[in-house]
Each structure stands twice: as structure tokens, then as C-alpha cells.
Design a protein. Sequence first.
Length: 186
Amino acid sequence: MDFCSDLDDRIASRLKALRQERGWSLDELAQRSGVSRATLSRLEKGEVGSTTAILGRLCSAYGMTLSRLMLMAEDTFQPLVPHEKQPIWQDAESGFLRRSLSPPSQALAGEVLECRLEPGTDIFYEAPPRPGLEHHLVLLEGALQLELDGASHDLRPGDCLRYRLFGSSSFHTPPESAARYLLFMV
């Protein structure tokens, strides 16, 4: 998978614009998101790359999915996106890699992501980006454990977990296995 090198810069600009559009100070966004003011400032200036956990908290504060944020940071919507042009984002801290197979459109609700988690990865989201967001997760390779509102689900290749997200969620891969999956969100 190719990595879009300037996507982090575009995300940083979009994060700053979102905060300013709402008239929030860095302190107010820090309080709403649980991300420190110093980290927010460095993110908006592009001094540090964003992580899945931080973007999850910010998206929750803004009431949007991570994919919607990515759309805002990417170029205009195209109905056909060749594989080599599908946007990719990677969390350098956890190794989480996401490819937007069907970049979201302002007019269309559904989207499809291809995701990869390295062996021994743990990612926790305190809250959904939008309460009730519907997910269909299809595990393609490896092993994956999802915890949704305290309920644990162990997935093997070919398994599909369909759920609506209202509370916390976490993704775990065992130390010996990566996971590759498709995530459909509506």
C-alpha cells in the first residue's frame, strides 16, 4: 500500500479549520475531546502526526467519522477511484493502516474501508464518532477481537460482525497474528 505523504498536513489544516468554524479555543476543544491543549496545538501546526486514538477523540468531539474527516482533508469526490489512487492513512504509533476503498461523499452515507492491524495491536475508542453508527466488519485474514460496550467478539477469517456503535469499542490482535478486514459503515 502506498502512503500519501502530505495527508497529515492536510488533516492538520482541516482540524484547525473545524475548531475555528465552531469558535472553539484550544482549551475548549481539549476539554471536549480529552486531548491536551499542547498536543492539539502541535497537531494543528503539523509538528506531530496524528494517531488513531487522538483522531478518534477529536472526531467524537466534532460528531463525525474518521472517514468524514479524511474526506474533508482529501480532494474532491470521484465516483470511481482506481486502487492506486485510494487514499491511505497510517498511524505511526500503532501501525494501524486504513485504505478508503469508497471515499465518502457529502451526498452518500455508506463507505468501505480496508484496514490492517499489526500483531499485538490494541486500539481503544472511548466513544463512537456518531452514536448508532452502523458497522459491518468482515475479517479477511488473521485474528481479531472486538470489544463493544463490554461484550467481546472473537473473529476468524470469513466472519462478519454487524453492529451499531453507541459506546466504547476496542480492537485487539494477538501477538502472533496481524488482522486485515473490511469495514462497511452506514
